[in-house]
Ligand binder design. Structure first.
Ligand code: GDP
Length: 433
């Protein structure tokens, strides 16, 4: 994906701009998991171009001095983004903080789009001229609160989007390894790569700094998206939750399959659910890896107990296969691959229309739609509209007549009939016209 980051000193309006661009596409709260996740990473779209948006301002590093905070934000943006929106405040004019950020941004060869916010009416347009001194071309006047100039800004941003961006190695399965600190992500990455590492390079041929590794296993190509490498950088943000959240979200975004790692010895804690929730939100294929299995005291029931516990705690990931590993002892690492392969196969599965419609018809015949919202749903036709994940549109006389539990029933019937292990499945109800 194409990534756009917003940087700027506090109070210039980064979050307002973020919300303005991302609109209501931001998934934050999830009742099913019962946690609130930060609004710092979102999918957005402009003129049919899709991109991911990062708000570096959603991050506060407690106790860090002001300058080093904004420096970290700029560095993060330079690492993670393809285009950087440098946001300033037209009411306050150019400040030292702005000049400082500008100096950081001179060090990147990525495009920087300078935007001057809070230009709420035409009389204030002259305020933008002093911003030329920051050394970036053509500042764009915007008002996040009033929605002025946003289109011009996004036109500029997407003008840097190259169409060949996604033509990476389509035959390779891309996966990432996520989890809270210390569960063994880096160890697992190393164990997986071991001697398998063929090339370590910037796979997409773009300017992205993150290093993803391509390797072969059983003659198949894989790319492991590097989140572990984050550690090497020795910057403040490696220790801060929100920075690692952004990294994690970025890695998930670039993956087909996400390995959610938990510590088999310590068990599942709240933070694990948060991390797993990110994978679910992103609609990616998921494999759950129980690591550090070597140090767990085991009898013949321990594994079954662990599986039951995971199913209880991660109800929302009931489709994810579970594997057990020891990264440190290099045990059972190979068992990850059949699960990745299966999850990927199902994530890209295409169902023939006649098969799909038969399943839906049978499901409705077996369990007729109840009256809901004073009406009875009448399904006419279903069709698969995409893979990654498999997404199906169901045409119905009125989507309002379908209770969510009935929707879930249909999804379950679909899962019973077709192997979708490892992947979420999306159903979309459309009114038949
Ligand atoms: P990360 O923060 O998730 O990347 O975790 P690391 O890979 O840095 O591992 C954290 C600690 O757990 C290190 O001391 C590792 O040696 C240890 N560790 C990782 N995997 C295993 C494992 O499978 N078994 C045991 N016993 N220790 C492990």
């Amino acid at each position: 994906p194409f990534v756009v980051a917003i940087v700027g000193r506090p109070n210039v309006g980064k979050s307002s701009l973020f919300n303005r661009i991302a609109g209501d596409k931001i998934a934050i709260t999830d009742d099913e998991i019962g946690v609130t996740r930060d609004r710092i990473y979102a999918k957005a779209e402009w003129l049919t171009k899709k991109f991911s948006l990062i708000d570096t301002g959603g991050i506060d590093i407690i106790d860090a001095p002001f300058l080093s905070q904004i420096k970290e934000q700029a560095l993060l943006a330079m690492d993670e983004a393809d285009v950087i929106i440098f946001l300033t405040d037209g009411k306050s004019g150019v400040t030292d903080g702005d000049s400082y950020i500008a100096k950081q941004l001179y060090q990147t060869n990525k495009p920087v789009v300078l935007a001057v916010n809070k230009i709420d009416d035409v009389n204030q347009i002259n305020n933008i001229y002093e911003f030329y001194q920051l050394g970036f071309e053509d500042p764009i006047a915007i008002s996040s609160n009033h929605g002025i100039g946003i289109g011009d800004l996004l036109d500029r941003v997407i003008s840097y989007m190259k169409d060949d961006k996604e033509i990476i190695d389509e035959s390779a399965i891309k996966f990432s390894i996520i989890g809270r600190p210390n569960v063994g992500k880096s160890s697992l990455t190393n164990a997986i790569l071991g001697r398998n590492r063929v090339i370590v390079s910037d796979i997409s041929g773009t300017t992205r700094d993150a290093i993803d590794s391509k390797f072969k296993f059983n003659k198949k190509d894989y790319i492991v998206i590097d989140t572990a490498g984050i550690k090497k950088r020795g910057r403040i943000y490696e220790n801060t939750d929100k920075y690692s959240v952004i990294r994690t979200l970025g890695a998930i975004d670039r993956s087909d399959v996400v390995l959610v790692v938990i510590d088999g010895n310590e068990g599942i804690i709240e933070q694990d659910k948060n991390v797993a929730g990110y994978a679910m939100d992103a609609n990616k294929a998921v494999v759950i890896v129980v690591n550090k299995w070597d140090i767990v005291e085991k009898d013949d029931k321990t594994m079954q107990k662990m599986i039951r516990k995971i199913r209880e705690e991660f109800k929302f990931l009931d489709y994810a296969p579970i594997v057990f590993t020891s990264a440190r002892e290099n045990e059972r690492i190979h068992t990850i691959f059949p699960s990745i392969d299966l999850a990927y196969e199902n994530y890209t599965k295409e169902i023939k229309t006649n098969v799909l419609n038969q399943i839906i018809q049978d499901a409705v015949a077996m369990n007729p739609t109840p009256i809901h919202n004073h009406g009875k749903a009448n399904f006419s036709y279903a069709t698969q509209v995409s893979i990654k994940p498999p997404t199906f549109v169901l045409f119905v006389n009125d989507p309002e007549f379908v209770h969510f539990s009935y929707e879930r029933y249909l999804a379950n019937q679909l899962r019973d009939a077709i192997d979708f292990e490892g992947t979420p499945v999306r159903l979309i109800l459309r009114r038949k016209v």
